[in-house]
Every structure is written in C-alpha cells, then in structure tokens.
Design a protein around this ligand. Structure first.
Ligand code: UDP
Length: 194
C-alpha cells in the first residue's frame, strides 16, 4: 500500500471506504493487522518520543485521523485523499461485521461505559458476534485478557484505552494472536455509550 511520510511517519494513502474494505478483507482472510489511527497530536508525540514512534512503525497501517494530517500532507507537497478516523472505521467495521456475522471483542473504557457500549452494539448490530468485552482498568501484568482473546480469535479487536496505552497493549501481545484486526479507537466506546 502506498504511504505518505509526514514527520517521518508513514501514513497510508487511502480513503475511509477503501480502508474499511482492506481491514474487512484481512478479517475474512484470517490475517492479522494492527491499525493505528493517528491524529496530529499522536503524530507530534511520536515525532518527539522514540518509543511512541516505534509503536507506529510496528503498525500494519497508520491512518490520517484528522484533517490536520491531510493538510500537512498537502503543505509538504504530497497528498492524502481524506481523513480516516478511528471512530468511523469502527462504525464501518461494525456494519460489515453485522452483514457477515463476524466476531468482535471490545477492550477499554470504564466498566459501566463498556457495558453500555456492548448493549448498543447488541441492539444496533444484532448479527455481530460479540466474542467478549472487558473494561480498560485492568492489571497490566495479568495475561488473562490476552489469553481470552487468543482463545476466542475474534475477527476484530477494538481497544479504547487512549494513546499510547492501546497501541502498547497490542504491540506487547501481538505475537500471541493468530489472526484478527487490532485497532485503537481512543474514546469511541464513550461515544457509543452516549
Ligand atoms: N481508558 C482506559 N484505561 C486507562 C485509561 C483510559 O480504558 O487506563 C479509557 C477511558 O476510559 C476512555 C478512553 O480510554 O474511554 C480514552 O481515554 P482518554 O480520553 O484519556 O484518551 P485519549 O482520547 O486522550 O487518547
């Protein structure tokens, strides 16, 4: 996939529709993908912190999560078609999962928020297989969540722990998973919970 370098970070040259389809296809093919949706704050933070930068380099795709990234491409004589936000990818992939009966695992947010978000998904996307969910205030040394995901092998794992927690979590457990699309989506469960 073509990419555009901004602050030495490779952003995938793609539209929201195209990216949705790409990730859906990875899920169908039982492949593994790690997606970072990087807004300007994340790009800037990564530019100034090698550990954060490394997380972005480990990702299969870094998407331009914000009009500021699209504009930065233009100012540097490059181009990105449009912004591709984590929230929009999340909703699009839930729609795909609902059409095809794919499975989803949710990790992050406060206990009451994730429960509400799970209820919203059950009500709005009844054909989605909700493989499991867990709030985001767990003990980092406890491997049980990663083991649960490795066992259930969901098609999509959405993480709302904030940057860089969600990406750090994916990077540190990635080898345990056979397949699945792993994507950090920031505060999206809070939005879904209303
Ligand atoms: N969050 C979490 N575990 C934590 C810290 C945050 O699950 O240890 C959740 C928080 O409840 C919220 C989401 O991560 O649902 C985004 O948090 P925040 O707004 O702090 O992150 P940002 O959007 O700034 O990346």
């Amino acid at each position: 996939k073509n990419s555009v370098r901004i602050l030495d970070i490779p952003f995938v040259h793609t539209t929201l529709e195209e990216m949705t389809h790409t990730l859906y296809t990875h899920a169908v093919e039982k492949e593994k993908a790690f997606v970072v949706t990087a807004n300007p704050e994340i790009a800037w933070a990564a530019h100034h912190d090698p550990e954060k930068k490394k997380l972005l380099e480990e990702a299969t795709y870094v998407t331009a999560d914000g009009i500021g990234v699209v504009k930065a491409a233009k100012w540097s004589g490059q181009s990105l078609p449009e912004r591709v936000t984590g929230f929009e990818l999340f909703i699009n992939l839930l729609e795909k999962a609902n059409e095809r009966g794919q499975s989803v695992y949710l990790l992050g947010a406060k206990a009451e928020v994730i429960e509400k978000a799970a209820d919203t998904i059950r009500a709005t996307y009844p054909n989605v297989q909700l493989a499991g969910f867990h709030h985001g205030y767990f003990d980092w040394d406890d491997p049980s969540i990663a083991n649960d995901i490795a066992e259930k092998q969901p098609d999509y794992v959405f993480l709302a722990l904030g940057f860089p927690r969600q990406e750090t979590w994916v990077a540190s457990h990635y080898d345990k998973f056979n397949h699945g699309v792993f994507m950090g989506i920031g505060g999206s469960f809070d939005v879904l919970a209303g």
